[in-house]
Design a protein around this ligand. Structure first.
Ligand SMILES: Nc1ncnc2c1ncn2[C@@H]1O[C@H](COP(=O)(O)OP(=O)(O)OP(=O)(O)O)[C@@H](O)[C@H]1O
Ligand SMILES: [Mg+2]
Length: 369
């Protein structure tokens, strides 16, 4: 809308005198230089400001999430200082950005104010030598004011766009890295069968570090229960992570029911495996929502039955929060019980195995490693 108007006004100036139009052309060159000088810098500084703002948020969230540890170690002052440092860094980058946008506005206003002076001034000069009429002066004045207004609007809009592009670019750096672990072309769904697990000469060291697994072979038959013990750092969690295909083996194969897990979809693989981690986690939601997480379509009766089996129903009821949407906070042992139940295979959502949903304990063939 505004660009055609801009070019129309410029053409109108040509009808006054080509030299006036020449003055305008010089002004436009200055304007273009101003835009091309400032816009990339505005984008870069906006990106830096967004990164620093994310650091402040991260620092505050980290402290609040671990507030218990902070209090236990009496590190309030340390955390205060870390948050203040992050805020000061953010403040510095915000001021850095502010200086740039202010100087851009300053030069833009200067350039915009110069236009009427230049155009009316040159037309006045031509009028004084008899080369322009009083009407030309009025037209030059009106045109220059309008042009200054419009270019100002365009510039501020451009500044907003470039500043937002900078912020988005910062976010994209977090969101855009491609997934390294993808499903193979033609990956099939892993069908629930016996659940025999085999590790064939598996080596994995997190890309060459000292820890991990070194040529491990292991066979767990369907229905077999196995406990793996070892010193801290021996590689127990790594073994389970490989089974869940959270990482690909550097060498060797992991097979479930004879299928190399790289040939099945990750979703179908993880749907077959129930996992209770060392660190139990509760969603900040109601007890019912937490229990239902393993099977979102569970009825109220199923949820209550699950809670009863986990010996959790009593204390959940005593909290009088079971029915409502309120968030829950349990003692860690209770939390663990609930997460154990959430992960129990028969309580999990299994669209392809509906009959196993009915009785959580029927036909279980899970193995624990
Ligand atoms: N994400 C990771 N990146 C790099 N190295 C890792 C990573 N996770 C674990 N390791 C290393 O791999 C080795 C095995 O760790 P793992 O967590 O499997 O041990 P673990 O047997 O489960 O120990 P714990 O009994 O303490 O849970 C350790 O040396 C550890 O430092
Ligand atoms: Mg572990």
């Amino acid at each position: 809308m505004r660009w055609p108007r801009l070019s129309g006004l410029s053409c109108l100036l040509l009808t006054i005198d080509y030299r006036t139009a020449g003055v305008l052309a010089l002004w436009v060159l200055g304007y273009i230089w101003l835009i091309t000088f400032y816009m990339p810098r505005i984008r870069t500084r906006s990106q830096a400001r967004a990164a620093k703002r994310a650091m402040v948020t991260g620092q505050v969230v980290d402290t609040i999430t671990n507030i218990k540890t902070v209090k236990l170690f009496a590190h309030d002052a340390f955390e205060d200082r870390a948050a203040t440092d992050a805020m000061e860094t953010y403040w510095g980058s915000a001021v850095h950005f502010g200086w740039l946008s202010t100087s851009f506005r300053f030069w833009l206003m200067g350039l915009g104010g110069l236009l009427p002076v230049l155009l009316v001034g040159t037309t006045l000069y031509f009028w004084s030598v008899g080369a322009a009429t009083a009407g030309d002066i009025a037209a030059a004045g009106a045109i220059s004011l309008r042009l200054a207004q419009m270019t100002g609007w365009v510039s501020f809009t451009l500044m907003g766009i470039y500043a937002n592009v900078g912020e988005i670019e910062d976010a994209m750096q977090t969101l855009s890295p491609a997934h390294q672990l993808t499903d193979a072309l033609g990956a099939v769904e892993l069908q629930p069968k016996g659940g025999a697990i085999e590790l064939r000469d598996v080596t994995f060291s997190y890309g060459g570090g000292p820890g991990g697994l070194d040529h491990v072979s292991l066979s767990i038959a369907s229905g077999e229960k196995l406990g793996i013990v070892g010193a801290s750092g021996a590689g127990k969690s790594t073994l389970v992570a490989l089974l869940l295909r959270l990482y690909d083996t550097e060498d060797g194969q992991v097979l479930i029911d004879g299928h190399d897990i790289r040939d099945v979809t990750q979703e179908s693989l993880r749907r077959q495996i129930a996992m209770v981690t060392q660190e139990t986690a509760m969603f900040n939601r109601s007890a019912r929502d937490n229990i239902r997480y393993g099977k979102p379509d569970a009825t109220q009766e199923e949820v209550e039955a699950a809670a009863t089996k986990a010996e959790a129903h009593g204390f959940i009821q005593s909290l009088a929060r079971f029915q409502g949407p309120q968030r829950v906070r349990f003692a860690s042992g209770r939390t663990r019980r609930e997460t154990v139940w959430r992960a129990a295979p028969a309580h999990r959502h299994r669209p392809r195995d509906p009959e196993r949903r009915a009785d959580p304990c029927a036909g279980r063939s899970d193995q624990r490693a």
